[in-house]
Ligand binder design. Structure first.
Ligand code: NAP
Length: 548
């Protein structure tokens, strides 16, 4: 068994940042990564058209001014291959690979209450021991595979967007089915439409989407961003979502329709996700939201020639941005092509896969390749994959049987020294997740630094703090429209999953202040101990809650 200070699970953006930061503090770190290479979701989501819908300069690490200056993004919204090149560049530049074990899937982690250490076991039997276990496993990394009856009889390839094969997938001249119209389905549709003989998009829920307004990054723009990068980062940190957009101080309902039109037009043409902040109450008030939703519906309609398709592709049954909208590059216009059709699976549900394709209640759709763009078991899927065993043999699955509970989204009572990056209860997917990731890792690293200085070995969230935090998360979201519809924010994406609102909707700035206050109060809501609670050592002083 190898002993280290910190075992980090996952070598995506979060795992690499944790490794970089902890190693700089002098910690020994072992990163375990199930995949054969770096990148997490950016390693796996290699589907045609995959790109980030946060602007490249904001969806990049902020910890190194030199890295910021030397990396040259080529497009406003980077493609998946470019992001993967960036991640690999970071790993090489900071010499991080040597601390990562690839193709190593954690199957179990158990906390030794007497010794105050985690033992992590991998699929192949190898084990590591660490004082801390830091989970950097992502929020959208466990795919949801509907598994229709007859799938094994289908003669062609079935692929999930989130585990896109590493072998070349040739869709040219093929009949292709895409099931799902979230961000992944909407991104790949216009790209696949250009090469497939025929593309059928199976839609359950029509989704809102704002044009990406993607463009190459010109040298002058690159120079300007780099000359003012600190200010840009500051603005992102102080914006509600971490994307840098500051909400309009005005209510949508204070403005007349004539006044709203140019505001929405400008947001539509350039802002992407920022559209949701065109007025401050778009996500707070249904009548305000209706003004935005009506505008977007009209804009979507203008892109689609056929009136029946226009009607089907126009979102009607949920408020704009109450579930995650998309940022697209030609999704709706793709349906004007003669080789693209829409199958409405609410009208005619999928019954089964057959050797020739997909049979719905209405007809057989003959296809050569089926692509699931059906999303993920969000927030908790990857945290609950392995057995994580805390005090008294309690597993995280048992603890979260009715839904996840955390203190600040980073820690769980009965699971000492388990640190979660962007866990349920943190802004995570309601924010620029990379900014939130860095924010949390810096906070957790400062906590570990304090524990070192004060000779503390164990940190544990209190149950009271967890309850208070979950109550606060629930209270905050009541002021928004997020609860007005089913979504992966509230566990509706997986049948039988507890219906709990998981991300924190109070914004990254508010969350940062709460973290800072918690630290200033001596890590309120946590118990810090000089030895493990059940340490048998006779020399050990009695366990106690220590004020900072
Ligand atoms: P998603 O948003 O969860 O969308 C899944 C889609 O599949 C939905 O349209 C859903 O319909 C449909 N679906 C699920 N199960 C189905 C079934 N059994 N039969 C028919 N349809 C089914 O997943 P995603 O598109 O992969 O995106 C997930 C998230 O990943 C995004 O919201 C975003 O946060 C992230 N992402 C980001 C980017 C980016 O930055 N560019 C790109 C892709 C993904 P219902 O709506 O009816 O459930």
């Amino acid at each position: 068994m190898t002993d280290v200070d910190v075992i980090v699970i996952g070598a995506g953006f979060a795992g690499l940042r944790a490794l970089y930061t902890l190693r700089n503090m002098g910690k020994t770190v072992q990163v375990l990564e199930a995949s054969p290479d770096l990148g997490g979701v950016w390693y796996h989501n290699g589907y045609p058209g995959a790109r980030c819908d946060v602007e490249s300069y904001d969806y990049s690490y902020s910890f190194s001014p030199e890295l910021e200056q030397e990396w040259r993004w080529t497009e406003r919204y980077a493609t998946q291959p470019e992001i993967l090149r960036y991640i690999n560049h970071v790993a090489d530049r900071f010499d991080l690979r040597q601390h990562i074990q690839f193709s190593t899937r954690m199957t179990r982690a158990a906390y030794d209450e007497a010794g105050g250490r985690w033992t992590v076991s991998a699929e192949d039997g190898r084990q590591w021991s660490g004082q801390f276990l830091m989970m950097c496993v992502g929020q959208l990394s466990t795919t949801k595979q509907p598994g229709y009856p007859g799938q094994e009889t289908f003669q062609g390839e079935v692929i999930h967007s989130g585990v896109w094969p590493k072998h070349p997938v040739d869709l040219a001249g093929k009949r292709v089915a895409i099931i799902g119209t979230g961000s992944s389905g909407m991104q790949m549709t216009p790209v696949i439409a250009k090469e497939a003989a025929h593309l059928t998009v199976f839609q359950r829920t029509a989704n809102y989407s704002i044009p990406a307004a993607n463009a190459p990054v010109l040298d002058e723009e690159d120079r300007q961003v780099k000359a003012n990068y600190r200010a840009r980062r500051e603005q992102a940190l102080n914006s509600p979502t971490g994307l840098g957009f500051m909400p309009n101080k005005k209510s949508a309902l204070e403005a007349t329709p004539e006044e709203r039109e140019p505001v929405y037009e400008a947001a539509w043409n350039r802002l992407g996700f920022g559209f949701a902040l065109a007025y401050y109450d778009i996500l707070l008030s249904k009548p305000a939201n209706d003004t935005a939703a009506d505008f977007i519906r009209r804009k979507i309609g203008e892109q689609i020639n056929d009136p029946v398709l226009r009607d089907k592709l126009t979102p009607k049954n949920h408020a704009f941005a109450a579930r995650r909208p998309s940022v697209d590059s030609g999704y709706f216009k793709a349906f004007n092509r003669p080789n693209v059709s829409l199958a409405d699976v609410r009208e005619a549900p999928i019954v089964e896969f057959v050797p020739e394709g997909i049979r719905t209640t209405e007809k057989l759709h003959p296809v050569d390749v089926i692509i699931y763009a059906t999303g993920f078991d969000a927030f908790t899927g990857s945290l609950l994959k392995a057995d994580i065993v805390g005090r008294r043999g309690l597993t995280l699955k048992q603890k979260w049987a009715d839904g996840p509970v955390t203190q600040l989204g980073v820690a769980v009572a009965d699971f000492p020294n388990l640190l979660i990056v962007c866990g349920p209860g943190s802004p995570s997917l309601l924010s620029n997740v990379l900014l939130s990731t860095e924010q949390q890792i810096d906070w957790l690293a400062a906590l570990i630094g304090k524990m070192d200085r004060d000779h503390l070995l164990e940190i544990e969230a209190t149950e009271q703090a967890e309850q208070d935090w979950v109550a606060h998360v629930n209270e905050r979201v009541k002021a928004t429209l997020y609860l007005s519809t089913d979504s992966y924010y509230n566990g509706a994406e997986v049948a039988g999953k507890p219906r709990v609102f998981m991300p924190y909707s109070g914004g990254v700035r508010g969350y940062r202040r709460i973290l800072a206050q918690c630290a200033a109060d001596g890590y309120s809501g946590f118990v810090l101990r000089p030895v493990a609670l059940n340490s048998p050592s006779p020399a050990a002083p009695a366990a106690q809650a220590l004020p900072a």
